[in-house]
Design a protein around this ligand. Structure first.
Ligand code: SF4
Length: 254
């Protein structure tokens, strides 16, 4: 089959971009989307034109490496453009800078554990339900489709998956409050919008991360803020004092 690709071309971050139409001929149903772009790039290189720079793209329940051409028919026209979000500036063509996600993970996507020899298996028992939840959350591949699909360019689904992954495990409990606050603060410091419950993120997520995880981090955030009444927390290197400076004195009186 023959397909028309309408592709966003942009030489660099600061250069103006525009859509360019390309014809790709003799596409077979077995080809993957990435192979389709490879075929286009080979054609462009043979004409000494710059190839299309791309990373990947995803749709609901399917990463682009799993997407084959059998989903399309002869004569179809496909539009390919980079993720559109202020927090993801375009680097070139279809490639965007997603380092904002890395900074959110660096803020708390870890547990602190003593180094040394490997712990005995089953030294810490993990309930089946917690293991299943953590496993589902860990499926997030950080692609950014949720941000691009959201009308507000919010990163709540991604952040909720990363926080839920560790907050639901016994090993993640000691830093649960600090992790939640640090990662939510890191998210707020990037150029992401606010969640207003559109649900577009869940609709496009290739790993089917559920909206339920956003509810979980909202609950964890309330929990962490409530605990701040009683003890100071370190957030991104800053010691935050409890909201109520005299809370301790009131407890002593009671
Ligand atoms: S939550 Fe889904 S859409 Fe968002 S980054 Fe993770 S895998 Fe991609």
């Amino acid at each position: 089959m023959n397909l028309t690709l309408r592709i966003w071309r942009q030489q660099s971050a600061n250069a103006p971009g525009k859509f360019v139409n390309y014809q790709v001929r003799d596409v077979t149903p077995e080809m993957s989307f990435l192979e389709l772009l490879d075929a286009l790039n080979e054609d462009l290189l043979s004409k000494e034109e710059p190839p299309v720079a791309f990373e990947h793209d995803c749709q609901r329940g399917t990463t682009v490496c799993q997407l084959s051409m059998r989903f399309f028919k002869d004569g179809d026209s496909l539009t390919l453009e980079p993720w559109r979000a202020r927090a993801f500036p375009v680097v070139r063509d279809l490639i965007v800078d997603r380092s904002a996600f890395d900074r959110i993970i660096q803020a708390g996507g870890f547990i602190s554990a003593p180094t040394g020899s490997a712990p005995d298996a089953n030294a810490i028992l993990v309930p089946k339900e917690a293991a299943d939840t953590a496993f589902d959350a860990a499926a997030c591949i950080g692609c950014g489709a949720c941000v691009a699909a959201c009308p507000n360019a919010a990163a709540m689904l991604f952040t909720s998956a990363k926080i839920t992954h560790l907050n639901s495990l016994p090993q993640g409990q000691s830093q649960r409050d600090q992790r939640t606050l640090s990662m939510v603060v890191a998210m707020a410091n990037e150029h992401f919008g606010s969640c207003t419950n559109h649900g577009e993120c869940e609709a496009v997520c290739p790993k089917e991360i559920p909206l339920e995880f956003i509810g979980r981090i909202n609950r964890d955030l309330i929990r962490a803020l409530w605990h701040r009444h009683r003890e100071p927390l370190v957030i991104s290197g800053v010691v935050r004092q409890p909201f109520h400076e005299h809370a301790g004195a009131e407890e002593e009186r009671s």
